[in-house]
Design a protein around this ligand. Structure first.
Ligand code: PMP
Length: 437
């Protein structure tokens, strides 16, 4: 199937996913988080009497009013099921949904028919594990993951390996929380993995893996490269052709979009090779009582009624990010992380995990001697500062770090240095209240 033409949109749907509306790349403009915060209704509410400082965007981001309005506008004006409908609303709904696909493709430098909508990163990775690896690998083949993976990019591979008789191996980390490149090269040479599945950015260590280089190495060794982009696509400029990966998974809700929607980018040849996980309406070409054939990708992988309103609203989120410029988003977070790193390392008894700021994105995990991360998060909540505490769906990594839980602060476009100062004040207060009391 050739890339779907971009259909006309009803003008009532806000932020139509037309041609890339991002301004021509100009010298990176600095973001002004205090101004951007006005676009986010939830950031106007106080928590425990203080301005909300939201430092949990790695779990899910907040949404600008334009995205919330796009979701409502779809239901108010254009709600109908997609495809096959011959009435105005069905055509508008289809245009919104397929237009969102084109918008995602443009954002990533992909073709429209390389974009599969899923429920999220987790579903996208399961689709690759079962639909591609589960059918293409043979008993004895190796799947290579890393020690820093989120459970979403580990457990599906464990499951498919157990079912198919594949070996699962993990790339170890250096002492500062980066991938051990020598070990990676050795594992490629010794085991010739058929799949290399790795995070672009760790949701705990903040490490940004040099995916373009690692993918080139892995492909030269004959592996298909699957990237968990849940923490990178929202925060860094990502171009799938430049990265040279076969699959890339991410979630709309971590990048200003709605919950219940994710994306699997798949290189066209790989999608052709992949079997569907879900079957039923919308994904077939021809059905007889005893057997069926499948539609071409991407529809082959989108059985049932898809998240239409969510896709329309996600297009609006991508427009918002494109207007800011992903270079500017990344530069802003780099600056914030450098500032936070310097401030946090001054706090007595605080241990930082992961590499120096130059190798990381906007996620910082830490522990404070004598204060359980959950207690720390609770004290901070009392100050209106939202962070996350726990294993962040990375139990093997936490075991490797020698802790059961960490506290994690994560940044996005609406955070600034004042937020970091509030975090540090809150940690100091927790220490006074709790540390070795
Ligand atoms: N991978 C990483 C690195 C993540 O941070 C997350 C979300 N915490 C996921 C995968 C899973 O994303 P989702 O829950 O949206 O499927």
């Amino acid at each position: 199937m050739s890339p779907s033409p971009r259909p006309p949109l009803d003008p009532g749907i806000p932020s139509p996913p037309g041609p890339d509306p991002s301004p021509a790349p100009s010298p990176t403009r600095a973001l002004d988080p205090a101004v951007l915060r006005r676009d986010f209704p939830i950031l106007q509410r106080p928590v425990h009497g203080r301005r909300l400082v939201y430092l949990d965007s790695a779990a899910t981001s907040q949404k600008p009013a334009a995205v919330i309005e796009a979701l409502a506008a779809f239901y108010q004006r254009s709600n109908a099921n997609v495809h096959r409908g011959i009435h105005t609303l069905a055509e508008e709904a289809t245009a919104a949904y397929e237009g969102a696909r084109a918008r995602v493709a443009a954002f990533l430098g992909a073709r429209d028919d390389e974009i599969v909508f899923t429920r999220g990163t987790t579903e996208a990775l399961n689709l690759v594990a079962w639909g591609w690896a589960g059918h293409r690998l043979r008993p004895g083949d190796t799947i290579l993951v890393t020690l820093m993976e989120h459970h979403s990019n580990l457990v599906p591979w464990q499951q498919v390996a157990a079912r198919g008789g594949f070996h699962l191996r993990a790339v170890p980390l250096t002492a500062d929380g980066r991938l051990d490149r020598d070990a990676f090269s050795r594992l490629l040479a010794d085991h010739r993995p058929r799949v290399v599945a790795l995070a672009h950015m760790s949701n705990v260590l903040g490490t940004i893996n040099p995916v373009a280089e690692l993918a080139r190495q892995a492909r030269e060794a004959g592996a298909v490269v699957v990237v968990d982009g849940a923490q990178s696509v929202p925060h860094l400029p990502v171009d799938v052709r430049r990265l040279g990966v076969d699959f890339l998974a991410f979630s709309a809700h971590k990048m200003l979009g709605p919950t219940g929607l994710g994306v699997l980018y798949g290189r066209r040849e790989r999608l052709e090779e992949m079997e569907p996980l879900l079957t039923g309406g919308g994904m077939i070409r021809h059905v007889e009582l005893q057997r069926s054939t499948w539609a071409d990708p991407p529809h082959r992988f989108e059985a049932g009624t898809p998240p239409i309103a969510e896709a329309a609203a996600f297009a609006c989120a991508l427009d918002y990010l494109a207007r800011l410029g992903m270079d500017a988003v990344a530069a802003h977070e780099r600056d914030l992380v450098r500032y936070a790193w310097e401030r946090l390392r001054q706090v007595k008894g605080l241990t930082l995990y992961g590499p120096e700021p130059e190798h990381r994105g906007g996620v910082i995990s830490f522990t404070v001697a004598g204060v359980h991360p959950h207690d720390l998060a609770q004290v901070l909540d009392g100050e209106g500062v939202a962070i996350r505490a726990g294993h962040h769906c990375t139990q093997p990594l936490h075991r490797h770090l020698g802790v059961v839980a960490t506290a994690r602060a994560s940044f996005y476009v609406y955070n600034d240095r004042d937020d970091v100062d509030r975090l540090v004040e809150g940690i100091e207060r927790a220490r006074r209240l709790l540390a070795d009391a």
